[in-house]
Design a protein around this ligand. Structure first.
Ligand code: ZN
Length: 141
């Protein structure tokens, strides 16, 4: 049996980070769908069954990816997933940092290059020089 499975998987893509993520999402959606359907109040039922359907699509897609023989395509998807994940993580880190030093610093967006500039709080009106494009703008801190 194990040997047959091994032979079956030859040349197939197998599991990767994106699949792990899809499986977790799929199960979470399925669970949420069941809970909402169980509440049984008109709208929640249709929302619940919609979530269950989506969760099936997600789970079947993850199985399809595992068994796929188009490995380069799957690897590209996985790479895209990592790029997105990093973007989300960086965004979240930014929010966390802002929250942590909300009492000592203020954040501004450079009007020219849209870079985020961090300046100490409580200095009154100051001229800020963007570290990225050297553009200057005046803000109250
Ligand atoms: Zn700038």
């Amino acid at each position: 049996m194990k040997e047959r499975l091994r032979r079956f998987m030859i040349g197939r893509y197998g599991a990767d980070e994106l699949n792990k993520f899809l499986i977790i999402c799929g199960w979470a959606l399925l669970l949420l769908g069941f809970v909402l359907s169980g509440i049984n109040k008109g709208v929640t039922v249709s929302l619940g069954s919609a979530l269950v359907t989506i969760s099936w699509v997600v789970l079947i897609f993850s199985i399809f990816r595992t068994l796929s023989k188009n490995t380069s395509r799957r690897a590209a998807e996985n790479y895209k997933y990592f790029t997105c994940k990093n973007k989300v993580l960086r965004w979240w880190k930014g929010i966390k940092a802002r929250w942590q030093d909300r009492k000592t610093h203020r954040y501004f967006r450079c009007p020219q290059c849209k870079a985020t500039v961090r300046v100490p709080k409580g200095k009154g009106k100051i001229r800020i020089t963007c570290p990225k494009c050297q553009n200057q703008f005046v803000k109250k801190t």
